[in-house]
Design a protein around this ligand. Structure first.
Ligand code: ASP
Length: 373
């Protein structure tokens, strides 16, 4: 695991209050301070001359390709992972490292921007939303589809707008977006609601079951009714322990008994995210229901998440869903897979009792799911 280290500071030219004339509901000023945590990802990659493949570069190379960085009216300090990574190598230890950096610098900054590869950004955003509870400041993850050194890069806009959002506040000083978010291609999304949905287009992310928190066009329009309102009297609680005994499996026509048997009987397995059909349905195979029932009886939490990107699990809608409920499977409602995995790891890190975890899976901890009315 690369230790994070190099710390540099960029202080931008003194400018007094900058008000966006098109959106006077938020302000930026030169006293705003943002901590940029650079973990790697395409945004800072360059071509390896030998192989031709993209590989992560350090932050110096990233800003060398971006002179407009100097014009941002916000003081930005940078914390770089010692070895920037492709986000395919992200893991719970590194999530804990990011959460700890934020916690250690929490009082000193107005907001945080995390530069991260797109591939696992939705997992990291979800994990941070559970690790950083009672969060009262913006934590904005962003990256890009093309390296910042390429002519048509999307990285500049993503980075500059993320810094602006991380620093933006109401006239009374409260931040505009005090939650973990992903900003990408004009959309500000709740982090634990976002999914990477496009490997090529600049619009790489969306949140299919929750409205955007803001849309950035000529001006940044914040949708305040969808943004969390934290209790500012509470202090930040940081939970960095994750128990990764979680498995994701997807149902498909023809799924084999022996394979499901191996999965549900993995020693130490504490939970399964089961990706079902439509509104949470599964084939009516007696052996499948028996195996799932035996597993839930042993204390394995099985969470039902739909294979559909949009919509929610309703296990009472069809018989094929109701049988799962009878087998002790719990609803993941409209959660993303990324959010359900991270939430299970977090709850397993905090609690031994499967019943306690079950109860909390049925609650929204930080806006990650919509409970039925
Ligand atoms: N493989 C890259 C990563 O996730 C892709 C990206 O950044 O867009 O680090």
């Amino acid at each position: 695991m690369p230790a994070s280290s190099i710390k540099k500071s960029f202080i931008f030219p003194e400018r007094q209050i900058i008000e966006d004339p098109l959106n006077a509901t938020h302000t930026l000023n030169c006293h705003n301070q943002v901590l940029l945590i650079y973990t790697g990802g395409t945004i800072g990659m360059g071509r390896n001359p030998a192989s031709g493949a993209l590989e992560p570069l350090d932050f110096k190379s990233l800003v060398a390709n971006m002179p407009e960085f100097d014009a941002i009216p916000v003081r930005v300090d940078v914390h770089q992972f010692a070895a920037p990574i492709d986000s395919s190598d992200m893991n719970p230890q590194l999530w804990a490292q990011i959460a700890t950096i934020i916690a250690d610098h929490f009082d000193r900054y107005d907001g945080f921007v995390i530069l991260h590869g797109t591939d696992t950004m939705a997992f990291t955003a979800s994990a941070l939303s559970y690790m950083l509870q009672n969060l009262t400041k913006p934590v904005i993850l962003t990256g890009s589809q093309l390296p910042i050194g390429q002519l048509r890069t999307d990285g500049r806009e993503n980075l500059i707008t993320s810094i602006e959002i991380a620093a933006a506040h109401h006239p009374d000083g409260k931040p505009m977006v005090p939650e973990v978010c992903i900003y990408f291609s004009g959309r500000l999304l709740r982090g634990n609601r976002a999914t990477k949905m496009n490997a090529d287009g600049f619009n790489a992310f969306d949140s299919f079951n929750y409205p955007h928190l803001a849309d950035a066009g000529v001006s940044i329009v914040y949708h305040e009714e969808h943004i969390l309102h934290p209790d500012y009297s509470k202090s930040l609680q940081v939970y960095t322990t994750m128990d990764t005994n979680v498995m994701v499996f997807t149902l498909f026509p023809g799924i084999q008994q022996s394979l499901v048997h191996s999965i549900v009987n993995i020693p130490q397995l504490r939970s399964i995210v089961m990706r079902t059909y439509g509104s949470g349905n599964a084939p009516t195979l007696p052996w499948l229901m028996t195996m799932l029932h035996e597993a839930t009886e042993r204390g394995v939490n099985i969470v039902n998440i739909s294979q559909c990107a949009a919509g929610t699990v309703e296990m009472a809608r069809y018989d094929t869903g109701f049988q799962l409920k009878s087998a002790g499977v719990i609803s993941g409602y409209d959660s993303t897979v990324e959010s359900a995995v991270a939430k299970l790891m977090h709850l397993q890190g905090r609690y031994d009792d499967p019943q306690q975890i079950r109860a909390l899976m049925n609650q929204s901890l930080c806006g990650e799911l919509t409970l039925p009315l």
